[in-house]
Design a protein. Structure first.
Ligand SMILES: [Zn+2]
Length: 197
């Protein structure tokens, strides 16, 4: 096991390793005895000797709880808690086989990948719905900015102050309701996108 490109890069504790995308292999965790309820630990990834990621995990009988921080480009670090449910299927020769249930598509998978804020299956990261979702969210936010610039005296960084001069209150109230609605829709998508388990 181990070695570049073998797909088995995950190590636990102080020993560190990685190949590009962060992945968690349930077979490896099982072999290491980490899938017992109450097991806690840290998964680390590094690239060229530099630490690239660190995730704390806690194992329960029905799920694996992941705690980590995520940052998009140079934005603020966000704490992320992700819960990955387990599934078990009987083995031919007795015992059980462990699976993760992908939080995105709910299919049984052995390997979770992290290529953005969340751990999902490989298929979920390749499916167009992620980028569609992203486009939809981008559209909502740009509509909100457009409306914000139209109705407020001052509009900066997604926040508006004061009704624009010359605009009737009736018009302002109607457009402001639309503005709020866009924001709520954006949050609804963001929550689904970030916490969809
Ligand atoms: Zn999936």
């Amino acid at each position: 096991m181990g070695g570049r490109g073998s797909g088995e890069w995950l190590r636990v504790g102080n020993k560190t390793t990685l190949e590009d995308t962060k992945r968690i292999d349930i077979r490896y965790m099982n072999r290491q005895g980490l899938l017992k309820p109450g097991a806690v630990g840290t998964l680390k990834w590094s690239c060229g000797g530099k630490q690239k990621g660190l995730i704390n995990f806690q194992c329960q009988s029905e799920y694996l709880q992941l705690s980590y921080r995520y940052r998009e480009h140079d934005r603020e670090w966000q704490p992320i808690e992700q819960r990955i449910r387990f599934d078990r299927t009987p083995c031919h020769y007795g015992g059980e086989r462990f699976w993760f249930l992908c939080p995105g598509c709910h299919r049984r998978i052995a390997v979770l990948c992290c290529n953005g804020p969340l751990f999902l299956c490989r298929q979920c990261y390749q499916l167009p719905y992620n980028s569609q979702q992203q486009r939809l969210m981008d559209r909502l936010i740009s509509q909100k900015h457009e409306l914000g610039n139209r109705i407020f005296i001052r509009y900066e960084n997604g926040k508006g102050w004061g009704k624009k001069k010359g605009m009737h209150w009736k018009t302002f109230n109607r457009l402001h309701a639309q503005y709020i609605e866009l924001e709520l829709q954006w949050w609804a998508h963001a929550e689904k996108y970030i916490f969809h388990y």
